[in-house]
Ligand binder design. Sequence first.
Ligand SMILES: [Zn+2]
Length: 345
Amino acid sequence: MHVDGRYFFPHSARFVTARATLEDDGVLKITGEDNAPLAEVRIRAVQVSSRLANIARRLTLPDGACFETYDNDGVDDLLREARRFGADSWVDRLERSWKSVVVSVALAGLAGYAFVAFGIPAIAAKLAQDTPPAVSQLLAEQTMAALDRTYLKPSTLSAADRAKAEALFKRVAANEPRGPGGYHLVFRDGGVLAANAFALPDGRVVMTDELWHLVRNDEEIEGVFAHEMSHVNHAHGLTRVYEASLVPAAIAVVTGDLSQVSQLAVILPGILAQSAYSREFEQQADDDAAATMMRIGARPARLAAFLERLEAKTCGKGGCGPSWLGSHPRTAIRADRLRAEDSKK
Ligand SMILES: [Zn+2]
């Protein structure tokens, strides 16, 4: 029984065409083209690499020489023969190495999961902070246009209500990092999005008429504005866009499927419409809102009361309708947290 391949001299890249023959006495004999002997070793002393697709098999000899061949079936036949000469132990080792391949694949899967769970959010946050204002503005304009096309309608708030909302908005903005010029209030009828408010990456804050009508005192809406400005300050919208697009982008890179990339342009309107911020982002915005409220002499407990009123209005037995509450975290937990901030005063 023999296999054809190449013989590499010990610890050298130099090779010659060769043939490996398993003799009846369990000796592996390697000969060159002219049948000249190159090596002779007991088969049980030879290490054989695992079969992996069409990669060449390697038979490594004790002196560091090796025999390489693409004849996978030939090597498998040779291995079967070799069992007769007490080579079982390394056949077992080969099988164990298959198990280690399975373990390696599982580990690679875990690493992939860790990258998606921890790496992508970190990269997304960094990209969001480094995004130039021109890009934020363009994305905000396109997102606003998409929201107007899909969900929102022109506001019907009275001039007096608008003026009052603007004044409160300016008062909050004056206490935020970007200052009064860094944020702009936009009025809309919420349509199917009902009582809602959301922040765009360029500092625009959209407030729906329905949300305004639920407000019972100035401090409540100041809390809502401060919460939205926090989303602007931390670039939460951009971060979500990058998080949502890095996964398709990564898939596109790995699979070459570029259709994934076209999803980027439609991501942000969907995120805003579904209030699909993470629990961490909402908590951060609530904490920031509480801090801003304290600075301007408003009470975070007012925002807590507003959240509860909004929940009572939009949530029924069949769950909650669309609203500023989003899907999570739970309103009761958010309200408790805000009241805790209040009592620290
Ligand atoms: Zn929020």
